[in-house]
Ligand binder design. Sequence first.
Ligand SMILES: [Fe+2]
Length: 169
Amino acid sequence: MAEKAFFEWSDAISVGVDAIDEQHKTLIGILNRLFIAIVERTSNEVTIEILDALIDYTKTHFELEEKLMRDAGYNAAEYALHLQQHQAFIAKTSEIARKHLVDGKSISFEVVHFLKRWLQEHILGTDKKYAAVLQKMGLPAPALAAFAEGDRAAKEAAAPKLRKWWQVW
Ligand SMILES: [Fe+2]
């Protein structure tokens, strides 16, 4: 039997909107790569690349959520609170990356557990809440369609760079 991943996707964390679930799966995949990098004590270069992918893809993902909420006319106070959580997470992950890059501080298990816990709690609480409301209101299809193309490119950018070596052959 395959070993359990650090962070396993499950239906329990589905928000019921495919595009958002897919993005959450991609984020979980990046966190799993970060965890493996720590276990294997991989090079700083690889860890920085993963952190970069995490920050970039998180931004793409938050943009979609925020656009969906705006386009649907989601409650302004709820939107503001959600936005605050997103901004705090970007600030925190950027700080982790900065400490790693500038101060040479290694990424600890504590950090990767914090990121996992944050994402899990955010999905279960804040994301499920807005997704349920938006589903009742009717999802703004144009916002989802416009993002589909950009998301593909962002996912490619977030994919492990090492896999690209075969493309030159
Ligand atoms: Fe969110």
